[in-house]
Design a protein around this ligand. Structure first.
Ligand code: G6P
Length: 367
């Protein structure tokens, strides 16, 4: 066991540290001569242009990756995207018009609800693309096409590196679709590819701040509730940050679209409640800053995750983690790192069984 952990205290930490390599392994084989080449997609430019809608279906963290995928695919490729929980999709007789591409995202490729959703989509005549980590798994075998995430085996129940690779796979898909549909230019694509290539080193740099995050996490070991807020793509990462924390630390946690705070959640903010605010989208900075001030006025302690250079944030936050510059669609890949570390260290500090949280399974093959 100790040897398998390669010197790390837990698989979860080891797998977080494998993220730079896993992300690079996922994009490298798909960048050729300045283009995104995804042969496994089995679609030429014309077929890509014929897709009228994308429906992403998944469970758990894969569903959160799908939410990011929605913002990225819509924003970059200007194609409408719906995201659905597999356990909801499969039972509601979904309306799938011709030209809909269904994407099933799954680390294990064995999640019962995701597999059933795939079968439902196929029955309705849709083409199904799997974004899967385990080679030869049920979802990989039954999907029409498979885009593998090359994260390697993931042992910790709480996913980290496989989730990061799902994000990477969705970026690649968005770039491929955006370029084929004329939504981005050759030079925009070239810039995105450069930014993609920088992600592994940037993730590595963020991981190197682990001691600082651990120190901060140690202040919240007795918290009753922790909140995460964000807008747009930062809302998607808030959901994943909140799930990481609650599944391994057993501290109640919720993520909210920051604009929804005043419709209820704000009543839960008390003196000293920790609110983690993610703000990586420049056009939403001002809105986020005012949400942070709203909770601060009610006694919250605010931790912010934002872009380097956004110094204004220090007026509204008590503790700030800066992420390095990247394309605005790729920020989730960086913002997730301090959130993963935070969840992990809160759980370690509380003495939880980090790699095998109670009541949870790595792969949910029952319905
Ligand atoms: C379980 C795991 C999660 C995972 C979810 C979906 O709940 O604990 O980490 O996100 O299943 O699993 P999948 O294998 O389909 O990605």
């Amino acid at each position: 066991d100790a040897a398998e952990k390669g010197g790390y205290e837990h698989f979860m930490l080891k797998e977080m540290y494998e993220q730079p390599k896993a992300i690079a392994d996922t994009f490298s084989p798909r960048i050729k001569d300045g283009q995104i080449v995804i042969e496994e997609l089995g679609m030429n430019d014309e077929e890509i242009r014929a897709v009228s809608k994308i429906v992403i279906v998944a469970c758990g963290s894969a569903y959160h990756a799908g939410m990011t995928g929605k913002y990225v695919l819509e924003g970059m490729a200007r194609i409408p995207v719906e995201v659905d929980l597999a356990s909801e999709f499969r039972y509601r007789d979904p309306i799938l018009a011709e030209g809909t591409l269904v994407i099933v995202v799954s680390q294990s490729g064995e999640t019962a609800d995701s597999l059933a959703a795939l079968r439902e989509a196929k029955k309705k005549g849709c083409k199904v693309l799997g974004i899967v980590n385990v080679v030869g798994s049920s979802i990989a075998r039954e999907a029409d096409n498979v885009l593998y995430t090359w994260a390697g085996p993931e042992i910790a129940v709480a996913t980290t590196k496989a989730y990061s690779c799902q994000l990477t796979a969705l970026y690649l898909l968005a770039m491929r679709f955006a370029y084929a549909r004329g939504a981005i230019s050759e030079s925009e694509l070239a810039e995105m590819i450069e930014d993609l290539k920088k992600l592994p080193a940037q993730v590595e740099m963020l991981l190197s701040h682990k001691d600082r995050i651990q120190k901060f996490a140690n202040r919240y070991l007795a918290a009753r509730s922790i909140f995460f807020i964000g807008r747009g793509i930062d809302y998607a990462i808030s959901l994943e940050g909140s799930l990481k924390l609650k599944e391994v630390s057993y501290i109640h946690s919720e993520a909210y679209a920051a604009g929804e705070l005043k419709h209820g959640t704000i009543s839960l903010i008390e003196e000293g409640t920790l609110v983690t605010a993610v703000l990586t989208q420049e056009d939403l900075y001002k809105k986020m800053l005012s949400n942070m001030e709203e909770v601060k006025t009610r006694g919250a302690f605010v931790m912010a995750v934002t872009n380097e250079g956004n110094l204004d944030v220090e007026k509204a936050a008590d503790y700030v983690v800066y992420i390095p510059e990247t394309n605005r669609f790729f920020t989730n890949s960086l913002a997730i790192v301090p959130l993963q570390l935070f969840g992990y260290y809160v759980a370690v500090g509380r003495g939880c069984d980090v790699d095998k949280p109670r009541n949870l399974a790595k792969s949910v093959t029952v319905e």
